[in-house]
Ligand binder design. Structure first.
Ligand SMILES: [Zn+2]
Length: 164
């Protein structure tokens, strides 16, 4: 992992795929929502934020993977919604355990509802961790500066050299 911090708007990228260093033929747009303040309410979350947008080069073979891994690992509204939904779903298993420990009667949940309560958080979090490990670059907004975490160290070093 190579970390590069940049404080300017015009960022140059080496003309290569961020994953494999092959000739770049297309690009992926990565939007990061830097959440500055989160207010939790009963069933929804209110955020105030600014969005930074980064476009990076990839080869054809890695475009889909780069897009999915970036979208799922980056801080954005899409992820926040899935995350909140999974925490909400987890209240199901938590309630089951609470009732079991306190020997309270278990309510009759439908099979679909049970699948959602147990399956959705498991699926979401495993996808999230897969994406985190596979994302070629993760951006983070640091008030005026943006930090780039490159999975491909050689690429990160070249990126740092042309932007310094
Ligand atoms: Zn590639």
């Amino acid at each position: 992992m190579k970390k590069v911090i940049i404080s300017k708007d015009n960022i140059a990228w080496p003309n290569k795929c961020v994953y494999c260093g092959d000739v770049a033929s297309t690009e992926v747009t990565l939007k990061s929502k830097a959440v500055q303040k989160v207010g939790y309410f009963v069933l929804f979350v209110l955020t105030t934020s600014r969005i930074i947008k980064i476009i990076f080069p990839v080869c054809k073979a890695h475009k889909r993977k780069a897009y999915i891994a970036s979208k799922l690992s980056q801080r954005n509204g899409f992820n926040l919604t899935l995350g909140v939904l999974s925490v909400f779903a987890l209240s199901g298993p938590a309630g089951d355990i609470y009732r079991l420990v306190n020997e309270l009667p278990q309510p009759e949940f439908s099979l679909g509802w049970r699948l959602f309560m147990y399956g959705f958080p498991a699926l979401y979090w495993s996808l999230f961790f897969w994406a985190k490990s596979q994302a070629p670059v993760v951006i983070q907004d640091l008030k005026g500066e943006v930090s780039f975490h490159f999975k491909n160290v050689a690429y990160g070093e070249e990126f740092e050299a042309i932007n310094s």
